[in-house]
Design a protein around this ligand. Sequence first.
Ligand code: ADP
Ligand code: MG
Length: 730
Amino acid sequence: MSLRFDALSRITANNEVINVAGSTKITSIFGENVFTMKTAREYLSDEAYKSLVTSIKGGKKIDRTVANQIANGIRAWAESKGVSHFTHWFQPLTGSTAEKHDSFFTIKSDGTAIEEFDGAALIQQEPDASSFPSGGLRATFEARGYTAWDPSSPAFIMEIGLGKTLCIPTIFVSYTGESLDYKAPLLKALEALNKTAVDVCNYFDKNVAKVTATLGWEQEYFVIDESLANARPDLVQCGRTVFGAAPAKGQQLEDHYFGSIPERTYAFMRDFEQESYKLGIPLRTRHNEVAPGQFECAPIFEDVSIAVDHNTLLMDIMDRVARRHKLRVLLHEKPFAGINGNGKHNNWSMATDTGVNLLAPGKTPKTNLMFLTFFVNTIKAVHDYSDLLRASIASAGNDHRLGANEAPPAIISVFVGQYLSKVLNDIETRVGDKFDEQDEASLKLDLHKSIPELLLDNTDRNRTSPFAFTGNKFEFRAVGSAANCANAMTVLNTILAETLRNFKTEVDGMIEKGDKKEVAIMQVIQRYIVESKKVLFEGDGYSAEWQKEAEKRGLPNVKTTPLALDAMITKKAKSLFEKNGVYNHSELEARHEIELEKYIKKVQIEARLMGDLAINHIIPAAIGYQNILLKNIRGLKEAGLADAAYSSQVKLLKEISEHINVIYDKVNAMVEARKVTNNIEDSRKKAIAYCEKVKEVYFDEIRYHVDKLEMLVDDQLWTLPKYRELLFLK
Ligand code: ADP
Ligand code: MG
């Protein structure tokens, strides 16, 4: 029996709903596995606690003796919860998370066995770095890398089965200081934004001393049965199906979106939510998505850095908890052709320490001018660096969404809604060339009138824009579902830091020349609107007209990862990141290299898998059916029936042969193309070749014929679970 039929027969047995005893009140478990400030207060001396607080607030270094105290406090807390091991937890560029578990247990020089966790172990560790991608950084500089404690992110306890591990959030750097992870550059970008955003805020409010960027992600995913998933080598190895004919019923009825959540999936959701709450991940919404078997969850927004940690943690938790329920969660951007893909909308804004959301229109003309300043600067930043934003979301998986049949498109544009379009238009046109104090007075009034305080309910919903203003935040929608949000967030916050710095320089210059502050600000805003107008688009981002229109406007439309990544290493990008202290040149080059390598490997694995499935699953099934047909034809002939009696069988036989031949030839040609490609030294050229000479030439073609066969061959002989089974059976 093939795995497929084994899975199908087991699905009823597997179907058991595993209900975890959940807490009814989230608050009773929320953050119980996190070393929160409240816990710190309880477990740390005054001195240690204060030192931790100042280090979190101001990034001040913690000295060794205090570190020892903090480590002891954390260990005492962890032990009270039954923890025996600890690990430095970090986010390497592979895209997942990494840990190396060490035990508190140690033997002193005199032979006594004790449990110990000292400051040194808290602050620094040396994981076996050679197995993580470094893009040549460690090779050129120093062979080793180390993880360093990031006090701004609280320690937590990860429960896996009965095991509990204390996780210390860290950054991962080489010995010469180059960052080797997602977190270190993100923290630098956030600091750069903090500095320039505070400067600009001080035009309006002298009391602002800190600006934090905020992030609320929306994670989309598919849930499928475990045994069915195991019968699909492509799902196991690539996270997506490389073959599969469209089911009779897909998402056309749109009945899934509003439907109730299937019970087994529901039990899984409640389970991973419980785990998340214990880790302080503030999940709030869960619902069905458009495609059958597709769902979404979203938390309450948090500081970007914490939100990024929480999203990576969540992806990890979801995967583990799904297995507990004999389910699989698919985070890939496009697990099923012809069915909606997965995205991860990044809702982003900035908040001041005085409690103001900088992208929320205010109550007074003055606060509205502050809103307008940050709003327009964001548009300008996206306009000036749209290529970098595109690069920040580029991956082999996301290529199936961006610019493919499904949006958001690979063109980065900004949607602002009709109210704000009008406001921008007014400022641009009515004000004329020279903006003076009289204009200022009248505009202040107008602004106040034309920007409704509660834009939230007034912004029309445009779901096709990759970067949309949604009332009090921007929503970067083109981020891939499997991606670490840090990449997109590092770029977004850096480009805004840069734009705000230039904005301030320009405004200051005008004030020095004698302009009134508000007038100077309005003039620069007006110019920025004119300069970045072409990135604004209110229409249907999925339409063919937009592609044409965007080209006319000169907006980049880069559809594939290898080319999109070019933006990372331009002169402009290098100077941007260096100036803002986020990446130096070699770090950028290294990252570019790593992204190319990831792309090459992904496409290479998919190509191999396609060949394997085609030759070992598809063709044998097709031949098996041909043999049945042959036997049937022979039998009918022997019974003395005329040709007409088996003419359909003969046609089928021929049709199947034709598909088999194409598949066989193309698979072999693809192997040859891979050989040629593998010999290319230069990573960029190699990635382009994998895209243009392997993927684009062969993938769709081979798939077309395989999917045709799926519809011709006897269902009983087909070994791979079909779309209708994967998507609908649970
Ligand atoms: P939807 O987009 O589904 O209509 P909401 O607009 O309520 O839902 O919010 C979507 C996401 O935006 C949530 O994850 C929420 O936490 C986040 N969000 C709301 N306000 C902000 C903000 N100021 N900064 C960042 N994210 C925010
Ligand atoms: Mg949304």
